[in-house]
Design a protein around this ligand. Structure first.
Ligand SMILES: Nc1ncnc2c1ncn2[C@@H]1O[C@H](COP(=O)(O)OP(=O)(O)O)[C@@H](O)[C@H]1O
Ligand SMILES: [Mg+2]
Length: 372
């Protein structure tokens, strides 16, 4: 292999941080020449001012300089032509026509809705942590914040205000936080703008665009943080994703569990399958052994058993009250990363592990199996 070939191979392997593919596969590497110990490398990016540009440029420089014999590297960064960009978006869509929802029944991505009867039970906190824990276990994870009126996912994942998806023509690339590709209405609003007045059709269109125009790539799991209850958005998602699986979050309190049961039953009416119940804000054991059970106990088990009339629905996790879980959310670093030994973090990681090993329960659907 010539020196230029070695540099090309090293540069081609650099990953685009947004598209999460080697830039060689994305046709971003142009001319490469080597003169003694001096390499010149030309690459092209998708758009001018692409937020990932500085990172790609420095990764390319490091990759080229890592080739034995190369001491000096010049990187020239250009921009794709419209037709090159079109070829790229077509390649990324992998033959799928634009504006087609990639999460239909034949998709290999598991879609899991996290829902609850009422707000404030910790649904978003659990969803954000679960997503990060699944990504940390090596899965490719997407997160759609479908709580349009009460969005909180960007804050929970520490996505800075003002962060917007990068656009390549009509593809939107979701920001990646702690390994999770994330989209939320909060990324589209100007400071102080509100969505309070949005009604059914507008909400439906928003959720549909999140699922259709956002380029998540090949995901193992897509989590959806649902708004509380069974309003317009839950109905839209029921229509868009009738094959989705549902996790129902509740507190241990009897009053919370009654509404949680109702939300599970409504999800089931659209054909979605309730795969389990997560009890949150359970008893906290203090270092001196004192048990604080602010919200009582038994709610999770009660919901699981009430939803088990037609098919068995397990209580998959019981997450204790946890100051670290709360501060992790406030600070944008989920507790599974900021305090992995915390009891809530352990419970969420165990939940992630059990979901990751669980099959999709796809009776009648083809599984990604290879023989031999
Ligand atoms: N297990 C827990 N221990 C302590 N605080 C929690 C716990 N779960 C959630 N919280 C806190 O409760 C509040 C509501 O949580 P959130 O995830 O926003 O609920 P929801 O999405 O169901 O409305 C947040 O301030 C969050 O930090
Ligand atoms: Mg929420």
């Amino acid at each position: 292999m010539s020196a230029a070939d070695s540099v090309r191979a090293a540069v081609a392997a650099v990953t685009d941080p947004e598209l999460r593919r080697p830039i060689g596969d994305l046709d971003m590497v142009r001319e490469i020449s080597v003169d003694g110990a001096h390499a010149r490398v030309a690459i092209v990016l998708t758009i001018v001012g692409c937020p990932a540009a500085a990172r790609i440029e420095s990764d390319v420089r490091t990759a080229a300089a890592s080739v034995p014999g190369i001491a000096e590297v010049d990187v020239e960064v250009g921009v794709m032509t419209p037709s090159e960009r079109k070829a790229l978006t077509e390649k990324l869509r992998d033959g799928r026509p634009p504006r087609q929802m990639p999460f239909g029944p034949d998709s290999l991505t598991r879609v899991i809705l996290v829902s609850s009867g009422k707000g404030g039970v910790g649904k978003s906190t659990v969803t954000a942590n679960l997503a990060v824990a699944l990504a940390a276990q090596g899965l490719s994870v997407g997160l759609v914040d479908a709580d349009v009126h009460g969005f909180s996912i960007p804050g929970l994942l520490g996505i800075p205000a003002g962060t917007q998806p990068t656009r390549i023509d009509d593809l939107m690339l979701p920001p990646v936080a702690h390994g999770v590709k994330t989209i939320s209405i909060g990324m589209f609003l100007r400071d102080g703008e509100a969505v309070v007045a949005w009604r059914g059709p507008m909400l439906h269109r928003t959720v549909q665009q999140f699922l259709t125009d956002v380029f998540f790539g090949d995901l193992d799991i897509l989590l959806i943080d649902m708004p509380p209850g069974t309003g317009d958005i839950a109905i839209s998602i029921g229509q868009l994703l009738p094959h989705a699986e549902v996790l129902v979050v509740t507190t241990p309190q009897a009053a919370a569990s009654d509404v949680a049961i109702r939300s599970g039953l409504v999800a089931r009416q659209t054909g979605q399958r309730v795969i389990g119940v997560v009890e949150n804000m359970g008893a906290l054991t203090l270092p001196d052994g004192t048990v604080v059970d602010l919200f009582g106990s038994g709610g999770g088990a009660a919901v699981a058993s009430a939803l088990s009339e037609t098919q068995s629905v397990p209580l998959l996790a019981s997450i204790p009250l946890s100051p670290a879980l709360r501060t992790g959310g406030d600070e944008g670093v989920p507790v599974v990363l900021s305090a992995p030994g915390d009891a809530a973090a352990v419970a969420i990681r165990d939940l992630a592990a059990s979901l990751a090993t669980q099959g999709r329960g796809l009776a009648g659907r083809s599984l990604p199996m290879t023989l031999g």
